[in-house]
Design a protein around this ligand. Structure first.
Ligand code: FAD
Length: 345
């Protein structure tokens, strides 16, 4: 297939979202003779152009300007549309990150085309792309295409492989002229604040998740001065400590069900599911999670799913590759010890 592909490299102050390289890998795969281009926007981001070449780009459009130091939708979307139009891209690719969901929509309006969002698989038919994307909380997979050009595609993080970077690869840098009138940009970034306990679930290769079952231990005795609700949360915290310990041994991120988040066992940024994060790790370990459809919507594309649950009829076992029927408080401690020994931790 010889398509002119253009991939937007999403980054925060020079730290690239790894899913950008997955999208660029697809761009390179389908470009053939057409040419695989990447677009980098920011200030002092020449280094990202070098990384884009290593990951498969033949050309990099570089918009480097002090006004582009902070990400803002208006100038970034304008530049993406401008470059896509001038380059006459057949396909415009983005990783499905929070920023890029909006950017892709804005570029589609500018370019009078549509967006194939959160794509997990891509095939071609008569020179057009047919994209697969999960719908109805992942219960169905829809095959969608878009007749208008360019076809805009956002790829689900970790659904596609990252090409092995080739340090010897380079290509052509095309400077994009940036002519911005600050008065015309309604948004100003005033400040950034680091949020405590930030977790990068979408990029994690391994996730250990906990659900309402973490609060259900027959043996734990909470301190006597706690009321019923406080005692339940206290128990759940002991469960999540085990989950964190297992995650530490495996170098994993910690996820959670909405029931666990709603009950204040763990903050919202850990929530996996329809109204939380959508993840596709190599390994997902669900502890005390029943497997409601809204939870499965966020993790069903995980490569290998392990479920630990007391109830042999829990729906999560229908999806899990490996199921352990038992109390997580009995299963996790020896599992952690065993892994520590095996992994020399
Ligand atoms: P439960 O369903 O209560 O399951 C707890 C499980 O733990 C049970 O299977 C039980 O057998 C097991 N268990 C109990 N004790 C132990 C023990 N000691 N050891 C091992 N196993 C034990 N949910 C999400 O997760 N993510 C979402 O994004 C989300 N979005 C939603 C959006 C909407 C619009 C709605 C209506 C719901 C949404 N939900 C979401 C909620 C979802 O429907 C479920 O209520 C929720 O996922 C249940 O969480 P859970 O599995 O932890 O709890």
């Amino acid at each position: 297939m010889n398509k002119k592909t253009l991939t937007y490299i999403d980054h925060f102050h020079g730290n690239v979202q790894p899913a950008s390289w997955e999208a660029l890998g697809l761009g390179a795969k389908y470009a053939g003779e057409g040419g695989c281009a990447a677009l980098v926007i920011g200030e002092g981001v020449q280094e990202l152009a070098a990384q884009a070449f290593q990951h498969g780009a033949d050309q990099v459009f570089l918009a480097d300007h002090p006004e582009l130091k902070d990400f803002r939708f208006e100038p970034f979307a304008d530049l993406i549309s401008k470059v896509a139009r001038e380059y006459e891209a057949d396909v415009l690719l983005f990783p499905t990150t929070t920023r890029c969901r909006s950017l892709a929509g804005m570029a589609a309006v500018d370019l009078e085309t549509g967006v194939l969002v959160d794509v997990t698989d891509l095939e071609t038919s008569n020179g057009d792309f047919i994209a697969t994307r999960p719908i109805y909380a992942g219960k169905l997979l829809a095959k969608v295409t878009c007749d208008a050009k360019p076809q805009i595609i956002t790829t689900r993080p970790r659904a596609f492989s990252t090409p092995e970077p080739d340090p010897g690869r380079s290509g052509e840098i095309i400077e994009v002229s940036v002519d911005l009138d600050p008065e015309q940009i309604p948004t100003t970034v005033v400040d950034y604040a680091t949020r405590e306990g930030g977790v990068s679930l979408t990029e994690a290769g391994v996730i250990v998740s906990g659900g309402r079952g973490t609060s259900n231990s027959a043996d734990l005795e909470p301190p006597g001065d706690l009321d019923e609700e406080e005692a339940e949360i206290w128990k759940a915290h002991q469960g999540f400590e085990l989950i964190q310990e297992l995650a530490d041994v495996l170098g994993a991120a910690v996820g959670a069900s909405r029931a666990a988040v709603d009950a204040d066992y763990i903050p919202y940024e850990h929530q996996v599911g329809q109204t939380g994060k959508v993840v596709s790790p190599d390994l997902y370990i669900a502890c005390g999670i029943s497997g409601a459809i809204q939870h499965l919507a966020g993790m069903r594309t995980s490569k290998t799913i392990v479920a630990i649950n007391k109830d042999p009829d829990a729906p999560i076992f229908n999806l899990a590759r490996f199921g352990v029927v038992g109390d997580l408080y009995d299963i996790l401690p020896p599992l952690i010890e065993n892994l520590k020994q095996k992994l020399d931790k």
